[in-house]
Design a protein around this ligand. Sequence first.
Ligand code: ATP
Ligand code: MG
Length: 415
Amino acid sequence: MHDVLPSEMHLWHKLEQTVRDVCSAYGFSEIRVPIVEKTELFARAIGDATDVVEKEMYAFEDRNGDLLSLRPEGTAGVVRAVLQNGLLYAAPVRLWYMGPMFRRERPQKGRTRQFHQVGAEIFGAPGPDVDAELLVMCQRIWRELGLDGLRLEVNSLGTSDERARYRENLHAFLSAHKSELDGDSLRRLDRNPLRILDSKNPAMQSLLEGAPVLSDFLGQESASQFSGFRRLLDDLDVPYNVNPRLVRGLDYYSHVVFEWITDQLGAQGTVCAGGRYDGLVEIQGGKPWPGVGFAMGQERLVELMRSQAEPEVQTPHVYLVLAGESAVSAGLSLAEKLREEVSGIRVQSNLGGGSFKAQFKRADRSGALLALVLGEDELRQGLVTIKHLRNDLGQEQIALTDLEIWFRKYLRVLN
Ligand code: ATP
Ligand code: MG
């Protein structure tokens, strides 16, 4: 579990603000659901035989003996909230969320035990038009974040009956090659053989070359839903590859599934994953409402932004140097006045006293562009001294009454 440090906060803010703006431009509303829910909610929604439920959840018993878990993903909680609060009366409902998720995975590059996701869900729309629009929205998010080189992979998982037939065939194929399976795949063979398809082990990948493919098991309706989806992506200029082995780690998916992948983050290159989960609302006790959604990994996106986007640091514009007792209260009021009247200005006041020299040292370390000096002399004369710290423009004195205008102009030129 990692700290998010001040030096990278601007990237998180940019990601979060972009998501907020873009989701709202597509008619989504934000929802916030609890971090802790009953364990059975996740077990039922995600599936008992998934890695997440089988071995990754932070599950515990509270003082009343209730079995609770830190949420490993957002969709199950959102479905619960939608049902409990009767939000489906206005279906289709378009919701987005953002926040921390917890999975006790083996720590490795690109995987942490507390991570953050942005997710979007649409309930009550059967697709494939909403599915395609969701991907257009993702594409817009990448564009606004300035990210390049993300490729889209899509597949269809069909209906649960079609998947069950495929699963039998795949199971038979893999059982016939049991001696060639690695440990992970052996463990998954009987419980969740589809998951073997996305093994990263090259030996498994080459074994799978000869395995049956899911698309051969899709019925007429699933196949035509999938081709309708692909046609829309073509029309909307969203490039994609069909990856017949793309499956998802969570059981609730059906029909369209997708992942956005980058080659720039090493082995864990999926930054966004999702698809259709038409059975999920019913599993949770609602009517069979169709659903579709995605989740993005914020850590991975921030990592990509760090390598691709221009650095931008939020240092103060002004460091206020306060010389002498009486300058402290006058200075703090002056700083307040500036924040109030000059929109966007970042002012850091020197607190805790210190010699002139010490204060200028701090001013320099803060990264501020200007030092504003307020001493007893300045106060008496109704002046301040402005000293440029990052160029050789030297210093100037201006009247306190002219200060706001001076700074408004200064920021205008700066931007
Ligand atoms: P994988 O097959 O890689 O384990 P998953 O099916 O567990 O993937 P999802 O549950 O679909 O992944 O999560 C969606 C996205 O959330 C991922 O693509 C990734 O960007 C991010 N994510 C998931 N788990 C982690 C983690 N432990 N640390 C950081 N990001 C994560
Ligand atoms: Mg996982």
